[in-house]
Design a protein. Structure first.
Length: 289
């Protein structure tokens, strides 16, 4: 038994951690760990590929072997999973919101480490081919010219890290675009909150996990409200909620919408709790397909 409301305590802790030096330090440390785990993953991938590459470009009688440590693979997997979770948690603590990330997202940081490790490994740590273009046989002298497959494996030293680098750039571009979109939504919300009061609405349907121990759960839900012309409207959303703040069918909500264009669903926002702050209306979206 406790004399303190656990939900209120968590909310108070979230407010105190938002923007604090401790949360910033945790975010930076977790980001460094995430980049390092990406580097270990890049090294492990390079070590795994090098083993097969040596067999493909050299003769079976060659003495050349890969010296890279493939045993780093489990550390790369576990470290990456832990680092993603830590960075997400600390970044959200610092921002005070789960709607997005402050600064870089986790994917670009991980890919940065992976790309750097791959470029280093493929240029400095990979075993060299005995003879470029030929599977040189030092025992019987039965040399064979490389086929397409051998050339693909040989040129992997460039296209493998290059591909990861392109993924890094694409991920960074997607993150920048998403943050610009979220900033635009925030500006729209600020303006709408200043212009009008939210109206009362109601949750009409909820589809999501019946039960979950996860801190945040994906929910597909529908809410209804009446616009200024007296017309009833229903809006369906797929969003991620804190487990203890997910919508419940029949519960009231506060709805903001553009009275000049009530059909524009991108300008319709619903707050399950509160309704006076921008953060009450912003949540991570899920793909709807």
């Amino acid at each position: 038994m406790s004399t303190i409301d656990p939900s209120a305590a968590r909310e108070d802790r979230r407010r105190r951690q938002a923007g604090s030096a401790g949360s910033l330090a945790g975010t930076v440390a977790a980001g460094a760990f995430l980049t390092a785990s990406g580097a270990v993953a890049g090294y492990a991938a390079a070590a795994f590929c090098d083993r097969f590459r040596v067999m493909m470009v050299n003769s079976v009688f060659s003495d050349t072997e890969s010296t890279m440590a493939v045993w780093t693979t489990p550390f790369a997997v576990v470290g990456s999973l832990v680092a993603f979770a830590l960075y997400t948690r600390w970044n959200h603590r610092y921002s005070g919101s789960t709607a997005g990330f402050v600064g870089a997202g986790p994917a670009p940081l991980w890919l940065l480490g992976a790309a750097a490790a791959l470029w280093w490994a493929t240029t400095a740590a990979w075993a060299p081919a005995d003879v470029v273009g030929t599977a040189y046989d030092p025992v019987f002298g039965r040399h064979e010219e490389w086929g397409v497959g051998a050339w693909v494996w040989y040129t992997m030293r460039w296209w493998l890290p290059g591909t990861v680098t392109l993924l890094l750039l694409s991920s960074a571009a997607v993150g920048v675009r998403a943050r610009m979109r979220e900033r635009g939504r925030s500006r729209t919300l600020v303006r709408m909150l200043a212009e009008r009061e939210p109206v009362a609405g109601e949750v009409t349907a909820v589809r999501g996990p019946a039960s979950s121990n996860a801190e945040r759960v994906p929910v597909r839900w529908t809410f209804a409200f009446t616009d200024d012309r007296g017309r009833r409207r229903w809006v369906e959303r797929s969003e991620v909620f804190p487990r203890n703040a997910a919508p419940v069918a029949g519960a009231p909500v506060r709805v903001l919408f553009d009275a000049r264009n009530p059909d524009d669903t991108s300008r319709i926002f619903a707050a399950v709790r509160g309704g006076t702050a921008v953060a009450d209306y912003l949540r991570p979206r899920m793909p709807t397909g």
